[in-house]
Write a protein that binds this ligand. Structure first.
Ligand code: GLY
Length: 328
């Protein structure tokens, strides 16, 4: 039976009708707006998966895989190279709002799509598998050896190297042993030089009104071996429940301390529209620490970031920052 628009709005408001499927994708705090040529197809892929009958979780994973496979984003192929110039360690997580299922990997190496390994963790009795155990788990699940190194992350690492040690490549060993953050004396502030961390994420609402979130990252721009951020921490980087889903990006350490995803989800659960929940989360966060997020609620979507890649500055007109895309 086709329900006419005015009645549909009344039924939607009363919670008697599920809103159409929707996907919201972000390309990371600090991603330029021009990179919506990457987030748009990711959102479209997530939506196509939902419209083909896929669950919210299927859609969220499909959206993140598109971004993991796009070498311009710091996740999967293109994930950040760490300070030794060789190691790539990645974190990823996914959460199914309908079941409360959660799976995550941290500091995983040599896989193409960490978010799909996180999905496999969801089927185990565990929530999070890390390091070599995560990589070995991936192999046991049939994920082949894969090197995420590419021209894009090599170029990014060269910029980091130049920042850290001037032009002499022989100094890299010294920098590995030295607490360079405490002695930062460049004219450019450390935070500005390093830039935000470019996690990718996707939140979805499926045709049944269920929600899911998925997220993936190569970590912050300069990252020690074994460092893990917000992405695989339950309630920090993503959260999904019966009232919506949230995916974050930005400085992982502070996102963990503020438990941003769960706190923002709680606003959705209180009935706030997704954009209002996003704006409130951003206003409540320290204004000079980068944070971006996307959210979907029972009939709304939202997103924003407090950092402008174009201005290289923190801003308060959140909605027009970062590459983020809605498909519905
Ligand atoms: N938000 C990604 C990270 O800090 O690792």
């Amino acid at each position: 039976m086709r329900i006419r628009p005015p009645f549909a709005i009344l039924l939607l408001a009363a919670g008697l009708l599920a809103a159409p499927p929707a996907a919201v994708v972000h390309g990371g705090a600090g991603s330029p707006r021009a990179r919506m040529d990457g987030t748009d197809p990711a959102a479209a892929k997530a939506l196509a998966t939902l419209k083909a009958g896929g669950s919210a979780l299927d859609g969220a994973l499909a959206g993140v895989v598109v971004l993991e496979d796009d070498p311009r984003f710091n996740a999967g192929t293109g994930a950040n190279i760490r300070l030794d110039g060789r190691t790539i360690q990645m974190d990823a997580a996914c959460m199914d709002g309908a079941t409360g299922g959660y799976g995550a990997v941290a500091a995983i190496e040599r896989v193409r799509n960490p978010v799909l390994v996180a999905r496999k963790v969801m089927d185990t009795p565990h929530l999070l598998i890390v390091g070599e155990g995560a990589t070995r788990f991936a192999r046991a699940m049939g994920f082949p050896d894969y090197d995420p190194t590419c021209a894009e992350n090599k170029a990014r690492f060269q910029r980091v190297q130049a920042i850290l040690k001037g032009s002499d490549p022989r100094q890299i060993e010294a920098w590995k042993r030295y607490d360079w953050k405490k002695a930062w004396n460049f004219p450019t502030p450390l935070k500005e030089a390093l830039g935000p961390s470019d996690t990718v994420g996707c939140v979805t609402r499926d045709a049944k009104g269920n929600f899911a979130a998925a997220i993936s990252t190569g970590g912050t721009t300069i990252t020690f071996y074994g460092r893990v951020g917000d992405v695989p921490m339950f309630g920090a980087g993503i959260y999904a429940g019966p009232k919506g889903a949230v995916a974050c990006t930005g400085n992982g350490e502070d996102i963990i301390k503020h438990l941003v995803a769960k706190t923002t989800y709680d606003l959705l659960a209180r009935g706030l529209p997704a954009q209002e929940a996003v704006d409130r989360a951003l206003r409540a966060f320290p204004p000079t620490i980068d944070l971006g997020l996307v959210a979907v609620g029972p009939s709304t979507t939202g997103g924003g970031c407090n950092y402008s890649a174009e201005k290289k500055a923190f801003v308060t007109d959140y909605r027009r920052q970062m590459a983020w895309s809605v498909a519905q």
